[in-house]
Ligand binder design. Structure first.
Ligand code: ATP
Ligand code: MG
Length: 450
């Protein structure tokens, strides 16, 4: 269903404008998939688009005139309208040296990466324009380069990664010649800027079939280009708690965690530290002591290299840090509260921790039923304890730092932090102790004052 305000734009530009829905917007329309942006193209040159849209009372922003792009605001939403264009030579493997405006629609479609992204639908109604068989590929679930894949991947290295990303998002297969071209164009792919690589990897990970996307990265050699630290996970055998090697387990976890950036990236890295920490005990059992910390370090430096946001890095670190914690029925309430407190320190909710932990259990492939039963049991116990809103952090103490300084008659110093931690330990053991009176008494005892 074409969004009604686009019809207003179509009217404003007039019938000769050939206003078309193009690229990803057509692909997603035909698939009935929701899409964030409306990619639009027109025969008109940017000055004419601006003039006619303005004359119809629409707000316009000249965003990228040299590339033929004008942004029109429709119902407070920015919509990009790009003049039909062809790309000049690609010399750096990233962007064309120049673009030529004023070409026809088919030429515009021919510069696009895959057949499923190279169709156009007239906004004002009319037949689908599909010169490269995109509709058939869409129906068959195939990602196929427009033209010669070796040439297309040689022009712009990002396309190799986009192919794997669409395979994950749409659950499609990459057509044989297109797939075979990727390993031959790794040198060009390696020139893509880190931010763009991150955006594509992020979309791949959040896709419906991330295990397929990751498998394609591994198979084609792209993984070694951007995430070489993950290669040792392949074939890294585990112990009796697992039926998969570390890499396969990782894929199993990634596909099971919620399809959001934090859990998906954390899933990818949560056991990356296993190969380097692998050891064999005297009884022949295999161990991965301290792998969480190594995985966390690896996630940190890889995400920094990919220029991921601090917010994402913090979320990933928190999920990895706590992914091995297995609360058991043997834990007392105080231990449960201490754990809730640690999650709180890392701004990780119990629900998010639990969803990740659950996926990790399921991804092991052995003893799953028993683990799940204990997980559910402990989750409801932790949830009930959390619902009582016990004090879990320094900020929850009934006496704050200023009150403690007044009580002690001393100005701040290391003693204060030490005292606060002591009081917190006491209220974690017994939340009922968190009263002004109770904490005053404990504080005076601790300070050795009557
Ligand atoms: P998304 O769902 O992420 O928006 P998309 O395919 O729409 O996916 P856009 O970046 O919005 O991606 O690009 C819009 C269209 O522009 C694509 O569908 C494709 O036709 C074309 N395109 C984008 N990037 C490239 C590229 N690197 N090489 C060739 N064509 C491209
Ligand atoms: Mg798009």
């Amino acid at each position: 269903m074409i969004w009604a305000p686009l019809l207003r734009l179509q009217e404003a530009l007039g019938p000769g404008a050939e206003l078309m829905l193009v690229g990803g917007a057509v692909r997603d329309e035909l698939l009935g998939r929701p899409h964030a942006d409306w990619d639009l193209a027109t025969k008109l040159l940017p000055p004419a688009v601006m003039e006619r849209a303005k004359a119809a009372g629409l707000r316009v922003i000249p965003t990228g005139l040299q590339h033929g792009t004008v942004t029109v605001i429709l119902e407070d939403q920015p919509v990009e309208v790009t003049t039909f264009r062809s790309d000049g030579d690609y010399l750096d493997g990233r962007r064309p040296e120049s673009v030529r405006l004023g070409v026809d629609l088919v030429e515009d479609l021919s510069r696009r990466d895959f057949t499923i992204n190279a169709m156009a639908l007239p906004v004002g109604g009319g037949d689908l324009v599909d010169p490269f068989g995109g509709r058939a590929d869409l129906a068959a679930g195939i990602i196929r380069a427009v033209g010669d894949p070796l040439k297309r991947f040689g022009e712009d290295g990002l396309r190799t990664l986009r192919a794997c990303r669409f395979a994950s998002q749409l659950g499609f297969e990459i057509e044989a010649a297109t797939l075979e071209a990727i390993p031959q164009r790794l040198e060009v792919a390696g020139r893509v800027a880190a931010e763009r690589v991150f955006t594509e990897l992020d979309k791949l990970l959040r896709g419906a079939k991330p295990e397929r996307g990751l498998g394609l990265l591994a198979e084609s050699g792209l993984l070694d280009l951007w995430l070489p630290e993950l290669r040792p996970m392949f074939g890294c055998g585990q112990n009796r708690h697992h039926c998969h090697d570390v890499w396969i387990h990782t894929l199993e976890v990634v596909r099971r965690v919620p399809a959001q950036s934090g859990p998906r990236w954390a899933g990818l890295f949560h056991d990356a530290g296993k190969p380097i920490t692998r050891s064999t005990g005297p009884d022949g059992e295999i161990h991965f002591y301290g792998h969480e910390e190594r995985s966390l370090e690896m996630a940190e430096w890889i995400l920094e290299r990919l220029k991921a946001s601090h917010a994402l890095r913090r979320e990933v670190a928190a999920l990895i840090r706590h992914h091995c914690t297995s609360p058991t029925a043997a834990w007392g309430d105080a231990a449960c509260r201490r754990f809730l407190g640690r999650l709180g320190e890392d701004a990780l909710s119990l629900e998010d921790w639990a969803a990740f932990r659950l996926a990790d259990h399921q991804g092991k492939g052995v003893e799953v039923e028993a683990r799940l039963a204990e997980h559910q049991l402990m989750l409801s116990r932790l949830g009930a304890l959390a619902a009582a809103r016990p004090p879990l952090a320094l900020k929850d103490l009934a006496l704050d730092g200023a009150a403690l300084m007044r009580l002690a008659g001393r100005s701040g110093g290391p003693w204060l932090g030490e005292l606060q931690r002591h009081l917190l330990e006491a209220v974690l053991d017994d939340p009922a102790a968190n009263t002004v009176q109770g904490l005053s008494r404990l504080a005076m005892e601790r300070l050795g004052q009557p």
